[in-house]
Design a protein around this ligand. Sequence first.
Ligand code: ZN
Ligand code: ZN
Length: 244
Amino acid sequence: MRLKFLGSGDAFGSGGRLNTCLHVTTAETAFLIDCGASSMIAIRRFGIDPNALDLILVTHLHGDHFGGLPFLLLDAQLVSRRTRPLTLAGPPGFTQRLAEARENFFPGSTTVEPRYKLEILELPPERPAVLGPLRVTPYVVKHYCGAPPYALRVEAEGKVLAYTGDTEWVDSLVPAARDADLLVAEAYFFDRKIKYHLDYKTLESRLADLNCRRVVLTHMSADMLRHAGRVACDVAEDGKEFAI
Ligand SMILES: [Zn+2]
Ligand SMILES: [Zn+2]
């Protein structure tokens, strides 16, 4: 498995970074984890072929994590002229919120029949879903977004990629991330504790329980970016790649 950060930013463009978008490839498939509002810009900037994506996993229903989908689906229809099937998988409530977002941004866009097979799935928590060659297990975390927010554990090729999504510390992050080959973790602040977001110091105090081989911090505020030289983990950047 290989991971490339197409977007490693928060919702507010801190550090000039693009919204969350993780591009993952295996020998058999290519997929995204999250597709924030700026993701079509990121896809073009980093030369990713959107028609090569089989799947887009969505952690939670905030614009900086799923707001790129109305653009990507319109691109698939009008510009990239997609024919390959596409699966979108998110938390309960995803189907309706996605339809609302598409209609708000591009009225009428949900009434056009796609020329490719578009499947939209709502994944139940803590039940492994087999999606092509991947096994994906969502865990409910704590982040207000009008629907259950997820951390994701993705297994492929005998490796585990885990992603916290946006959340304050919750114990469900332990089964989501335990023994992962790579954990992508939110670090919104360095040591300031706020509701619904993770800070580096809290994460650091839990890393022994998680026992991950490698940890990459993402979704950093301007405060966290100022402290990025003081951390013991890897730090994401737009365009940065990791072998898993
Ligand atoms: Zn976010
Ligand atoms: Zn969020």
